[in-house]
Design a binder for this molecule. Sequence first.
Ligand code: MSP
Length: 512
Amino acid sequence: MKKDFYITTPIYYPSAKPHMGHAYSSIVADFFARFKRIQGYDVFFLTGTDEHGQKIQRAAEKRGMDPKSFCDEISKTFFDLSKTLNLSNNDFIRTTEKRHEKSVQYLWNILEKKNEIYLSKYSGWYSVSDEAFYSDDEIELVNDKKVSKTSGSIVEWVEEESFFFKLSKWQEPLLKFYKENPNFILPESRRNEVINFVKSGLKDLSVSRKSFSWGIKVPSNKEHVIYVWLDALTNYLSALNFPDTNNKLYKSFWPATIHLIGKDILRFHAIYWPAFLLAAEIKPPKRVYGHGWILSGEEKMSKSKGNILDPIEIINKYGLDPLRYYLIKEVSFGNDGNISQDKLENCINSDLANNYGNLCQRVISFLEKNLEMKVPNNFEFNIDDKKILDTFNKDFNKLVDSIDSQDINYYVNFIQEQLFASNKYFNDQEPWKKKENKKRLNTILYVSLELIRKISVMLYPIIPNSSLKVLKAFNISEESIDINSIKLHENLKINQKLNKISILFKKIEKND
Ligand code: MSP
């Protein structure tokens, strides 16, 4: 029986065009989705845009547009980016869609019926940029302006009638839930932050706004719109056709395997979201992973800081796969990562052009010259051959586990080591000196081809286009890629004709 895997990205605010931080979350989620598919899982991968709330309403007003047309325009740039990044998402959800509105209102009604929501008055600080409420001790004065201590964004005073969710009531059940599900919040440092925050006391949460209209209406009181985070988080359910809990998507994929998010929005996903769900008697997701930030210099890359690296510009200049590889390799997953064009260029030259590209070209052109592109027959592995091939079996379980604990670094380091070892093997074995010993020459070539095949399978979730170029030349179709096949040493059919591989990565000329 196939196992199910449901992964989501945050749904992005279409308040301005996408930047590298957004691209990063999406690329990493795509990496996991593709890996689980080649591991034989049934995968549902969701991304989309979060279109309601004051932030979007104000951004639209600034452009002199009505919010819906504004969202249509900018959401499209996120949709287009999902194509440009070659994401393998199964759905792209927009919170302005009818299916989503229905699902949010349904969830609201459950909470209201269960007496989890009451009407009162909110007075306190609100950051429109974060769409978040902050208490007095969470703000500070910077340059005469009140800002959130965590995000640095400006807060404003809000006083209005509001519905409240009884979050305080869920403090103890949440702590119990974290204890019983120790891997619910990852990485561990983030889990501790959340637990400390919950332990310090939860106040009831304002879950509706009255002073603007751009949102989903509270079903029982049309003067209120539902708080944008309650609205947005529900996207993870609406894409599975919630409230129809009997349909195949919901039955297969809820609870979600993993919500992949940036650490900036951990509180919403690790506290509010499971609290809403526990209150509605819906199972919470299995995991929330808060990754670090992409930094530009020492600062988080963001629109308000004006330090954005445009993913489209980078892709136009260097290509998509180099960017995907670089982000996945360079940013130690879970931590912040500083990126630069200079380091990207070094990475293309060393890892992609020299190590991977060169290995493929050398081995294939040797095969062409000596065996007319045919997979060698008549070979026999010696101890050295077996040893290098066996690395993949020896560490196979660790590799798979590393993905399930989101230890991308382990996976990427393994690939780098194998690329290095494979190049060294080809050099040390000197097949060009073995023309008199046909069997040895055949063996070295067979082993080298197998190494390229295994590494290309492993690279598929990271750089799908380039890996497919190689695998297709080896007559392996995308549908048939199977991570388990890296444990096999004689997967290539003898005498089968392989195809040539066009240049995979061009080296970047550097002046230094
Ligand atoms: N709309 C909310 C999320 C709702 S999810 C139910 C939101 N949107 S956002 O457009 O601000 O995007 C937030 C996400 O984009 C972050 O959580 C993170 O995943 C990604 N990033 C945005 N800037 C980033 C960096 N500089 N670095 C890495 N990722 C960051 O919050």
